[in-house]
Design a binder for this molecule. Structure first.
Ligand code: 13P
Length: 290
């Protein structure tokens, strides 16, 4: 399948009431496992990179690997840049071949958020078939370089959601609804009613902007399914995959350090990641949709 942007696959997911997993990767082994899981599960999938790994590997290198992997899958695969606060780096990733870009200006005042987000959306739409995610309200926790403390948390104002989408021209929308990045230290305080209201305002009559759930790690299956049922059609998971990678590495090395066989270490990380992604695809309902 040729490469795909996020919007097409998420329109389909919103219509059919399932969610596409968006998995943050920090290595090529993880990237391979994400796409293999999608092939095995007959699912669309979104590969995400945060800014730090994108800079480390270089966007052009990641985009080349992505293109090759996507071509090997019969189902749509998207490459998404996650939580980028720098419009210039967003543009570089769009030029390199990312198919969905998240500009995160959510810590800025509303007007400035609109201005920055629109600049990136306009650029991506001019450049090619590249879709854009924007965020309103702030998500607690740490995701790469974006750090939001308790005092900075603000849920999405539902009355501003339509205006934000209309004025910025974004394709998919991430409202802050009380989920958090990282490991939940206590029960997450998710405002389901707020999310339902935003879904109704934006997508009730026609689907204008598919909705994104941030902070997937640690949510119960029940909470996840409820958010999917309410219209969350992109579901972000990052921290869990970092844990899977480190734990699989640690587990393998504990018994095999002196084998000096990195291929087997890669295989252990691949297998653990594959299992984690398959589980998410089942819960999100994307499995078997193609
Ligand atoms: P977690 O790290 O909590 O899974 O959040 C992922 C995320 O929302 C990435 O944007």
């Amino acid at each position: 399948m040729p490469v795909a942007n996020a919007k097409e696959m998420l329109l389909e997911a919103t219509r059919k009431k399932y969610s596409v997993g968006a998995f943050n990767v920090t290595s090529l082994v993880q990237m391979e496992a994400v796409v293999e899981a999608a092939i095995q599960m007959r699912s669309a999938v979104i590969i995400q990179t945060s800014v730090t790994p994108a800079k480390f590997f270089k966007p052009e290198v990641l985009a080349a690997a992505y293109r090759a992997l996507a071509q090997a899958s019969p189902y749509p695969v998207c490459l998404h840049l996650d939580h980028c606060t720098d419009p210039e780096f967003c543009k570089r990733c769009a030029d390199a071949g990312y198919t969905n870009i998240m500009i995160d200006a959510s810590l800025e005042p509303f007007e400035r958020n609109v201005e920055i987000t629109k600049e990136v959306a306009d650029y991506c739409h001019r450049t090619g078939d590249i879709t854009v995610e924007g965020e309103l309200g702030t998500v607690l926790g740490v995701e790469d370089n974006v750090k939001v403390s308790g005092g900075q948390v603000a849920l999405c104002d539902p009355d501003k959601a339509e205006e934000f989408v209309r004025r910025t021209g974004i394709d998919i929308f991430a409202p802050a609804i009380g989920t958090a990045h990282g490991v939940y230290k206590s029960e997450p305080k998710i405002d389901f009613e707020l999310f339902a209201r935003i879904a109704e305002i934006l997508n009730g009559r026609e689907i204008r902007a598919p909705l994104v759930i941030h902070g997937g790690t640690g949510l119960s299956d029940e909470v996840t399914r409820r958010l999917v049922g309410l219209g969350g059609s992109k579901f972000n998971v990052s921290t869990e995959l970092k844990h899977v990678l480190m734990d699989a590495t640690d587990g393998y090395l504990a018994g095999h350090l002196k084998d000096y066989n990195p291929g087997k270490l890669d295989a252990a990380v691949f297998a653990a990641t594959l299992e984690a992604i398959r589980r998410w695809m089942d819960i999100l309902g994307s499995a078997g949709q193609y």
